[in-house]
Design a protein around this ligand. Sequence first.
Ligand SMILES: [Zn+2]
Length: 363
Amino acid sequence: MRFEVTQVLDAIERHLTTESALAQAVVDLGQVAWYGALDGGRPVSLLRVGLLVDALARHLGEDAVMIYAVASRDLLTDADLTSKERMVLGRWSGDGVIEVVPVLADRVPEVADITGLPVVSIDGFPGLERRYPWLRGVPERVLQLVPGEGEARIVGGYPLPAEGRANLLSQIWRCARRDCPLFGDRRAYTQAVPRMKSGVPVCPRHDEPLTSVGPRPPSVTMVLIVDGVIRDRFVVRAGRPVVVGRSPDDPTGIVIGGYLDGSIAQMISRNHVRLELRDDGLVATDLSTNGTVVRTPGLTGSYGLGEQVHLTNGVPYLLGPADTVELHSGVTLARADRIPGGTVGGQSSVMGEAPTMTIRPLG
Ligand SMILES: [Zn+2]
């Protein structure tokens, strides 16, 4: 049983990020872990975060949902956590998978305000609507987590990308502590969201002023769609090409073999296509044996009426804003802000291996 819990926590971890370019919603991890009514179980449980991931996947229609999770130190020291949960939380904190802050205060709406992301909440953050008017004024940015029938549900709208505070995210910020998991040396290209204190950006973890070390390279967030299901989400940054394939040689490549059936996996090369963000836009280069096709949707948005181009192996091709890159029929890369219609979510569950007793049906 412990082994299964470990697998669920590992599955949950793949949906947590402190990279603003990847995240889709901001949440207070403690609020979810302490939400006993969600499953009627223990006072605190990290498995509830899995219920949230599944609920958000169904709500947003995407199985690769990424959550920016903030936790206060109180959660990490909660005596009711299992030793396994405490260990995993400590690891997530140390690796920068989640953001741990001494005091939560308004941190969750603040991250949402700076990034333009929606929040997932239980209570809608009463008392903070004066500072963050969108908590009341733009209800689709406030997604409510509620108990469902043997699962959890999200009640709310389908938030469109909102305007964040781009000036704060256009810089690379550094924490005075070089080993900082959020703004330290190892976050050269990705980083968390600064906290504002009296108008000065500070490290949310260490509460010390951040220094700007220059502009942040532009980036494009992409999704992998397999048979209509969004399976993965990744970022292509200027100067950092990304290879996508069955099992790319480059360790930073996007490995898609695990999402494919055997016969289709055989049609995808280990290094299939390279994406690169240049000054003139996003460029795809076919590296494969069986070829790569770029599709441009027609005016109706129907792919049947659009154009298609078979890429010439090794020759870079400049993609249009709505173009999709097809590695094989049903295996497509698209920009995360231009996902073609017809995708579905909730096809897989991070709770797949959870002991059934932890997700008792309600009632
Ligand atoms: Zn720091």
